[in-house]
Every structure is written in structure tokens, then in C-alpha cells.
Design a protein around this ligand. Structure first.
Ligand code: ARG
Length: 588
């Protein structure tokens, strides 16, 4: 379906042309004076210079020609030359009726869908997920869903941090504690135990301990580096231990991401490209892209137009070890070979922006990607506490994601039990859904690149620009539809009609903006546009609801029209929260 603004603009362009002016002047935008009109066109102002005429004269000519329009109920020329536009009730009713009957409410899929890899989540194994990982998961999941809804083929990859020194540290600490384990016996030839020699809680304690020790004790650090080296070079016992670390850690991560309603298609990690690295390095050397600098191997990535210094991209350290860069580049190489995406998107903390500039330039320069392969860095800001500093526990420590979720679930549960008489089990489930909406909406309603304040009280409120308010609106609609059904009437039998009053028309205009909003949210990879849209839509609905007797309406046809509009509103809201990554309960 054509976007509403395009349909209106086409009508206005015809009017300009019919009045003898360039049709391109007829572009229409949403009114920035909603008290005066619904849409506006400023083309007469631009035309004044071309036609050496006062803009108001042009506007008058165009307005006069709109009298018989099937789209406009009123086009008014006002000084100095604006065209203030209102839409015909029949037109907007018919447009919505078509939306309601169309797949994806009329949002068309591209003729040639893009193949997209989205790299998000990025947790490091053996370290508990903390709030720092929340944003990547929440924003990445939403961008993935928005791209999919727009008709693209999208593959989400978690890109685990599973290969660096952190693994060597864990192995070293395990060796200190349990040297008798067969993994450390070089002569051991048998099968290693199936069971891991640690639990997730032990693992989560081992890593920080080891990391602390290595900072104080150079000898310990030396051991950890050696263990890393042995692991990466395939020492059997170390590999077996590493497999245990991965499986224990991944099982825990899966549980955590599931609670967040975040789902990855690929659970690949840095380790997966270990074997890709030697060939890639050889190629970069042979083609003359990489050169030695102070013992390290680097690729220069600075460009003439740079206004700030972009340091070279380091491929190998002077001791020959690979780095974070190396695994990211090798991952690009592997993705191109195995998946061949048109576009790779990274959702990572914005403090890594320079790093990704280096990686992207290096990938382009060395031909790892095609010249037209899109590489996009979506950098997000920090989640701060009310004090404006990075979010911490009350004791000032790093907040585990699990604890944060549990806290908010608990608060929501109490709120729901206090408010209503919902059975306990249902209240538990509902609390989880509302809490997730609170957290995700609280995050996503901000432009991703900005820092934001994680304000639990505000996010969990049922009023205002919050997730729970949106859910509340959906639940309210569900309840009206259920009552309509209880009267023995069929919701599916209803049809959208022309609006009966101002509030209904406003709600309809809000719905009509869905297609362009959804396209725009994808083009700009901006979930906050979806949030802003549903907040307006929910407000428009609640306004309409307070102004209108729906279930008491005696005119059956009128009532059926309202019901059809409610159903469409609900479906659009549900679609939007689904791309944001949460869902609404039946009641709350
Ligand atoms: N594991 C990394 C970190 O904790 C984030 C990974 C981001 N993705 C990537 N392809 N580099 O900083």
C-alpha cells in the first residue's frame, strides 16, 4: 500500500499541476500546528521565487482547485502562503479499511530482501551477565525484529567472547585449585569426564579471582598467558576443559537471554574463527596490506579526510598473538564466505566506535567485504543510575542482570497483587511480562546512542511514556472486545467505517502513520521511533475511549465500526511491541 503521506502528496501535486504550477511543489507533511489542520503543504512559498508571484496567490489558486477533491475535506490558503489541509472522513475510513485487510497492514516487503547479519549480545563466557549487556541484547533484538518485519532475511549472532586471556586465567586458577584433575596430566590418554569439574557459580567466582591475582602477580599472569597459548594451540586437556567452560556458561546464558525474550540464530564466538586467522594474516601480508610496526603486524587505515587520528589496525601483537581485532576481521571473512550477507550490523557500546571504524576500514581496504557490503556500527550509550553515574547495586558493585530482573519482577508482582484480585500464579506470569515491558521500553524509548537513566519507579509506572502504559492500553482494548463477544456479537464481522467524531479521526490518522513509521524505524535502525509512535497511538486511543460510549452504543453499525477500529488498534500495538521484543498479558 502507498504511504498515507504519499497518497495525500500525490493529490496535492495534481492540484498544483492543474493550477499551472510545478507538481513537485505539492509535497505534504504532517501539520506542525495540529490545532489548525491535520496536514500542511508549503509548496507555494517555494514556488514564489520561480513564478515571481506572492505565495498567497499561488496558495489561493491551488486551494480553489481542491474543492472537489475526494481526499481533502478542506484546503485553506493562509498568509503568507501556507496550505492547511484536512482529510475527508470517507477517505481516511477507506484507507484504514484497506490497511486492516492487508498483510502487514499494507507495509510492502522489498522485491529483493537483504541478507543481514546482526552481531549483538556479545557476552563473555564465564562472566555473569551484568547490566552492561542489557542494552546490546535489548536494542539488537529489536533492530533484528524490525528488519525482519520489513521483509529482510536476518541472522542474529551472539558473538561470544570465548577465546582470549580470560580462558587462560580460568584454566590457570583451576589448575591451582585442583591440580589432580586429568586435564592437567599431559600423559593422560583416556576419555575425559563428561561432567564439568565446576558449577556456574564456581565459574563465576573463579574468573574474578584469577583476574585479580594476575594483576598482582606477574608470574601468575605469565602462567595464564601460557595456558591461553596452549589452549589455542590445541593441547588436548585444555581444550576439554574449555569445552566444559563453554557448555556450563552457555547453558546459563541461554536461560538469561530467554528471560529477556532474546533469541539468537547463531551461537558463534571468537573461538570459531581461530583456524581462519593464519590464512587471513598470510593473505594480508602477501597482498601488501599488512606491514610490521614495532614488531607488531598492522594495517594502516587512516584516510586523508580524517579530522582526527585513526591509528592503524593491529592484526598480530609482537609475540604473534592475535587480538580482539583479529577475531572480528576473521569473523567478517568467515561470514562473507559462509553467509555472504549484504549487510552486517554491530550493536555494541559506543565506546567501541573508534575500534569499529578501524575494523571496518581494514575489512574494506583488504577486500574482506565487497565494496557494496554494508557495515554499520550501532553504538549505544551508558545505562546510568539516578545519580547520573553508571548503574550500580546499592552496595556500589556491578549489578547482575539476573538480580535486576528479579528485583523488578518482584516489585511488579507486589503491585499487581495489591491492585487487583488476580490469582497468584497468573500474577507471577503477568508480573514477568509487565516487568520486561518496563525494562525494554525504558531502554528503547531513548535514542540508542544517548546515555539514559534507569529509573525503575518511572519505568514501572502504569501512566506516562512507559511500557506498562502501553500494555495497559492493549489490555483495555482486549477487555472491551471480550465484552463485545460476551454480548453474542462477532468481532471478526465488523468493518471500519468513516470516523464519527474528532477523537476517532485522530486515532485513525495515528494508525495511518504505521507504514511510514515502520519503514523509517528500519532505515534509521531506530526502535525509539516505534516507541514514540505507540505512545502517541495509545494516547489517541485512550482519548477516543474516554470520549466515546462504545459498549453502550445503540446504533449497531456505528458500534461495529468502533469495534473494528479497536481491533485494528490492538493489532498494530501488538505488532509494535512484538518488534520491540515484549508482549501483553490478557489482563493486569
Ligand atoms: N565481548 C565484547 C565485549 O565485551 C563485545 C563483542 C561485540 N561484538 C563484536 N563483534 N566485537 O566488549
Amino acid at each position: 500500500m502507498d504511504k498515507l503521506l504519499d497518497v495525500i502528496s500525490a493529490e496535492m501535486k495534481n492540484a498544483f499541476e492543474a493550477a499551472g504550477y510545478d507538481r513537485e511543489l505539492g509535497k505534504v507533511t504532517v501539520s506542525n500546528r495540529p490545532d489548525l489542520c491535520e496536514y500542511q503543504c508549503n509548496g507555494a512559498m517555494a514556488g514564489a521565487k520561480v513564478y515571481h508571484k506572492a505565495p498567497i496567490m499561488i496558495a489561493n489558486d491551488v486551494a480553489a482547485g481542491c474543492a472537489d477533491s475526494k481526499v481533502f475535506s478542506g484546503v485553506e490558503a493562509v498568509n503568507p502562503g501556507f496550505l492547511n489541509i484536512k482529510l475527508k472522513e470517507e477517505f481516511i475510513g477507506a484507507y484504514l479499511k484497506e490497511m486492516a485487510a492487508s498483510e502487514k497492514f499494507g507495509l510492502e516487503s522489498p522485491e529483493k530482501p537483504l541478507k543481514i547479519v546482526i552481531d549483538y549480545g556479545g557476552p563473555n563466557v564465564a562472566k555473569p551477565l551484568h547490566v552492561g549487556h542489557l542494552r546490546s541484547a535489548v536494542i539488537g533484538e529489536s533492530i533484528k525484529r524490525i528488519a525482519r518485519y520489513n521483509g529482510h532475511e536476518v541472522i542474529g549472532d551472539i558473538h561470544l567472547g570465548d577465546w582470549g586471556l580470560q580462558m587462560g586465567l580460568i584454566i590457570t586458577e583451576l589448575k591451582e585449585r585442583k591440580p589432580e584433575l586429568p586435564y592437567f596430566d599431559e600423559g593422560f590418554m583416556g576419555e575425559y569426564p563428561e561432567e564439568a569439574p565446576f558449577t556456574i557459580s564456581e565459574l563465576e567466582e573463579i574468573y574474578p579471582t584469577a583476574s585479580g591475582k594476575s594483576k598482582e602477580d606477574p608470574e601468575y599472569k605469565e602462567k595464564a598467558m601460557e595456558a591461553t597459548f596452549k589452549l589455542q594451540n590445541g593441547v588436548r586437556g585444555y581444550r576439554a576443559l574449555w569445552n566444559h567452560i563453554i557448555s556450563v556458561s552457555v547453558a546459563d546464558l541461554k536461560k538469561n537471554y530467554e528471560n529477556l525474550n532474546v533469541e539468537f540464530d547463531l551461537w558463534k564466538g571468537e573461538s570459531d574463527v581461530h583456524d581462519v586467522i593464519p590464512g587471513m594474516v598470510e593473505y594480508m601480508k602477501k597482498e601488501g596490506y599488512a606491514h610490521e610496526s614495532e614488531g607488531a603486524l598492522v594495517v594502516d587505515v587512516k584516510e586523508e579526510t580524517d579530522t582526527k587520528e585513526i591509528p592503524p589496525c593491529m592484526i598480530l601483537k609482537s609475540d604473534g598473538a592475535s587480538l580482539y581485532n583479529t577475531t572480528d576481521l576473521a569473523t567478517i571473512k568467515e561470514r562473507m564466505e559462509k553467509i555472504n550477507p549484504d549487510h552486517i550490523i554491530y550493536v555494541v557500546d559506543k565506546r567501541q566506535e573508534l575500534y569499529f571504524t578501524q575494523v571496518f576500514r581494514c575489512a574494506r581496504k583488504t577486500g574482506l567485504v565487497k565494496p557494496y557490503t554494508g557495515l554499520t556500527f550501532v553504538g549505544f550509550g551508558t545505562m546510568n543510575g539516578k545519580d547520573g553515574k553508571p548503574f550500580k547495586t546499592r552496595q556500589g558493585g556491578v549489578m547482575r542482570l539476573e538480580n535486576l530482573l528479579n528485583d523488578i519482577n518482584e516489585q511488579m508482582y507486589t503491585k499487581i497483587m495489591n491492585n487487583h484480585e488476580v490469582p497468584e500464579e497468573e500474577a507471577r506470569e503477568t508480573a514477568k511480562m509487565v516487568a520486561l515491558a518496563a525494562i525494554k521500553y525504558g531502554d528503547l524509548s531513548n535514542q540508542a546512542s544517548k546515555d539514559y537513566i534507569f529509573d525503575v519507579e518511572r519505568f514501572t509506572s502504569f501512566e506516562g511514556d512507559t511500557g506498562p502504559y502501553i500494555l495497559y492500553t492493549i489490555v483495555r482494548i482486549k477487555s472491551i472486545l471480550n465484552k463485545y463477544r460476551a454480548l453474542g456479537k462477532n468481532v471478526e464481522d465488523t468493518d471500519i467505517r468513516k470516523p464519527q467524531g474528532e477523537a476517532e479521526k485522530e486515532l485513525m490518522l495515528s494508525i495511518a502513520g504505521f507504514i511510514s513509521m515502520m519503514q523509517n524505524a528500519w532505515e534509521e535502525m531506530a526502535p525509539h521511533k516505534v516507541c514514540a509512535y505507540i505512545y502517541d497511538l495509545a494516547n489517541a486511543f485512550n482519548h477516543f475511549y474516554h470520549e466515546t460510549k462504545i459498549l453502550q452504543e445503540e446504533d449497531e453499525e456505528k458500534q461495529a465500526g468502533y469495534i473494528a477500529l479497536l481491533k485494528l488498534t490492538k493489532e498494530i500495538l501488538e505488532t509494535c511491541i512484538d518488534v520491540l521484543g515484549f508482549a501483553a498479558p490478557e489482563r493486569m
